[in-house]
Design a protein. Structure first.
Length: 309
């Protein structure tokens, strides 16, 4: 895939986000509606897209490559977490420190990354994107949420339950069973999946755009630590992840899919976790919004660097 193809896809993503912003500005979308559409995209359409990606004949080579990707992604998370803690451990404001560490480490690879993988590489891209989703869900709901809690507040059982019961993880498990067993779904279910899966990309981008509609650039004031977090999230850690992938011998669609997902902006969960911890969510919201806008430029840039190897 050429850089021009990626750039064209990013432009389409931008236009879909712009559509969402216009719809919100004109008053056709309200906070409750946006929340409902978010849940539909995350908990219904995304799992359908994942299952569709696994609806293919079993390939030992492809399955092995997926396993290598999972190992590489977890390794990237461990290195990124260590570096983020070292980078921000001196930040005195606890709220800012938590947002900076989480925001640097975790990308919006499901809600923004999967649509990109789907648009660029089709079901093959989504298949390899599953590795990133496994890493994100496991790490975000254990180490990630732990950033915002004292050690005494951490309940492993509750976090493990959230991981296992996440519809996307259930879809991954079901998809793996279908893939390994080479079982083909009934034709009527395949038709249902074919009809519904294309809705995920436009709906998710419209929702993201609607969330950015109320961003006032006059209010974009962030502590220095969060500007550094922005740089680390959008450029430094994706390039670090690219290096790890290349060292492990990963190339082609698996490499480029994972690189694109790792270059996605700050994960939206940073706002939810900040609110749950009783912190000020405004810096987290601004960080996520600015990161999303900048990613329209930084994603192609990171991809271009990866494509030079």
């Amino acid at each position: 895939m050429s850089i021009s193809q990626l750039f064209n896809q990013v432009i389409v993503i931008f236009l879909l986000m712009l559509l969402g912003a216009v719809i919100r500005k004109l008053g056709f979308l309200h906070p409750q509606s946006i929340n409902d559409l978010t849940n539909i995209a995350l908990y219904f359409l995304s799992p359908i897209v994942i299952i569709k990606a696994f609806e293919q004949p079993f390939s030992r080579a492809r399955f092995y490559q997926l396993l290598i990707l999972v190992v590489a992604i977890f390794l990237t998370y461990f290195v990124s977490i260590l570096l983020a803690k070292l980078l921000f451990h001196r930040v005195r404001d606890r709220n800012v420190r938590q947002i900076a560490i989480y925001g640097s480490t975790y990308s919006n690879n499901g809600f923004m990354g999967i649509p990109l993988a789907q648009g660029l590489f089709g079901s093959v891209g989504v298949f390899y994107a599953v590795a990133s989703m496994i890493g994100f869900n496991v790490m975000s709901w254990t180490q990630g949420i732990g950033i915002f809690r004292d050690r005494s507040q951490r309940h492993f059982g509750e976090q493990f339950k959230k991981i296992i019961l996440n519809p996307n993880i259930i879809a991954i498990i079901l998809g793996l069973v279908l893939f390994v067993s080479s079982y083909h779904l009934p034709r009527i279910l395949v038709s249902f999946i074919d009809y519904t899966s294309p809705a995920f990309t436009p709906l998710s981008m419209i929702v993201i755009g609607s969330n950015l509609a109320n961003l006032n650039f006059h209010d974009v004031k962030l502590p220095r630590a969060l500007w550094i977090s922005l740089l680390v999230r959008n450029l430094v850690f994706p390039l670090l992840g690219t290096l790890i992938l290349l060292v492990m011998g990963i190339s082609g669609v698996p490499l480029f899919t994972t690189v694109i997902l790792s270059a996605c902006p700050v994960a939206g969960l940073v706002v939810l976790f900040t609110l749950q911890a009783g912190g000020d969510a405004k810096p987290a919201t601004i960080l996520m919004s600015v990161s999303t806008i900048l990613s329209l430029v930084t994603i192609p840039l990171v991809y271009w660097v990866a494509s030079q190897w």
